[in-house]
Design a protein around this ligand. Structure first.
Ligand code: LLP
Length: 417
């Protein structure tokens, strides 16, 4: 139950007919269900009941202020990868002491910002980064709390673009080098070593890779403890997959049980960085059919949302179900659902069996709450779409659709032209 359901042939988000929102807001727009966001967050968090943990929602999946505020109110922390995400998190009311900062390319100004804000910890991805953070902390007269992000070399069995824990990936520090890194960190005056971190990939649909990663982390912690390096936090990253089509990922309960069993004797606080599993199926993209056209080889349904609005199908060949907002009578068709952008890669679905969509019909691109709006762009000078949140029988535009003025904001024509 995701709170996107048909009632009398019409798709509703909670108690609001989606057609009504489209009439008021125009298309395309992203739509999030408050009840689903809340339930997903609490289901995930409650799955770890009984142990000391902090769920740091991974901001990159959905950085909407309204979404972050909802999680802040539920006691959530935040996993960030940029100064911009830190800014958003603080604006939304996430306490800095619940924020962890990951990412291979933290800039000096971003490090300073995070140090001044007083975040929970930096997840360090290289020796050079560690040294820079130590320098900046010294200048700011602070001690930087850090974890080392370890690359455990496990195969998450997911799309190659989103697997991060393999030896060949740019992320983290391999387990052998990590020991040296910890030793160095221990000797740095403005560094406080508090944790260990790993994140092996995204849209992972099996429990095994998580267990493998955890077992190499455990070995490492024991080794570190032998060296008198105390680890208070294990950050297991994110990565739990969702059902887009016919995947059957472990339920958060199952995922939690396997982690909890593994760490029960470790005396650490657990940090988790879920993104997709919380927001993915809590949001959809609503678009309208502009035209239908029969090509020589294929039929096309041309809609007003394109790859600039939702890039996942183009970038990862990702599957998103396409549903009619008002159920349609005709026989299903097989067609490509494509956007208005002048690229062949601009599609939302290829050779897909879908409803008999006609000009003017509304369609819902499902499971678009994660890595949807956040990855959208102004390509082809298309305006970024509106975002809407529904709660019970109310809806609110949580981000206004851009207008042409927004498009040229900050641009300037030099006087020599
Ligand atoms: N923590 C770290 C350090 C990460 O890099 C990520 C995602 C997460 C947590 C959250 O992972 P999740 O629970 O959402 O799987 N744009 C791609 C996904 C990229 C994920 C990048 N890192 C997509 O649309 O599938």
């Amino acid at each position: 139950m995701h709170h996107f359901n048909y009632r009398d042939n019409e798709l509703y988000c909670e108690d609001v007919p989606i057609k009504l929102i489209a009439e008021k807001v125009g298309t395309p727009f992203y739509l999030y269900s408050h009840a689903t966001l809340k339930r997903h967050f609490l289901t995930f968090d409650d799955a770890f009941d009984g142990i000391d943990r902090l769920v740091c929602f991974s901001a990159k999946a959905n950085t909407s202020l309204a979404v972050l505020k909802l999680f802040a109110d539920l006691g959530g922390g935040l996993d960030i990868v940029s100064g911009g995400e830190l800014y958003r998190g603080l604006k939304a009311g996430i306490p800095p002491e619940k924020i962890v900062y990951s990412g291979v390319g933290k800039r000096k100004d971003e490090i300073d910002y995070a140090l001044s804000a007083g975040i929970l910890m930096f997840n360090i991805e290289s020796l050079e980064e560690l040294e820079l953070i130590n320098d900046r902390a010294r200048l700011l007269k602070k001690k930087a709390p850090v974890a080392i992000r370890v690359n455990p070399d496990v195969d998450p069995k997911t799309h190659p673009y989103i697997s991060t824990g393999l030896e060949k990936n740019k992320f983290g520090i391999n387990t052998e080098a990590a020991i040296d890194c910890y030793k160095i960190a221990g000797g740095l005056k403005n560094i406080d070593v508090i944790g260990i971190d790993c994140h092996i990939g995204s849209q992972i649909t099996e429990a095994e890779p998580f267990k493998d990663a955890l077992s190499s982390i455990k070995t490492l912690i024991n080794e570190l403890r032998g060296l008198n390096i105390d680890i208070k936090y294990i950050d297991m990253g994110g990565g739990l997959g969702i059902t887009y089509d016919d995947e059957s990922p472990p339920h958060p309960g199952e995922y939690a049980r396997s982690i909890m069993q593994a760490i029960e004797d470790m005396h650490v606080k657990l940090i988790l960085e879920p993104g997709r599993v919380i927001v993915g199926n809590a949001g959809i993209l609503v678009a309208k059919v502009l035209y239908r056209k029969q090509g020589k080889a294929k039929e096309f349904v041309i809609v007003d949302a394109g790859m600039n609005d939702l890039v996942r199908p183009s970038l990862y060949d990702a599957f998103h179900a396409i549903m009619p907002v008002v159920e349609l009578e005709g026989e299903q068709i097989v067609a490509d659902v494509v956007g208005p952008i002048c690229e062949t890669g601009d599609f939302l679905a290829v050779d897909r069996r879908i409803a008999d969509f006609r000009q003017g019909d509304l369609l819902a691109v499902m499971s678009a709450g994660a890595y949807g709006f956040v990855m959208s762009s102004n390509y082809c000078s298309r305006l970024k779409v509106a975002e809407v949140m529904v709660r019970d029988d109310r809806f609110h535009v949580i981000r206004a659709r851009q207008n042409y003025e927004h498009l040229i904001e900050g641009e300037s024509i030099p006087p020599f032209l």
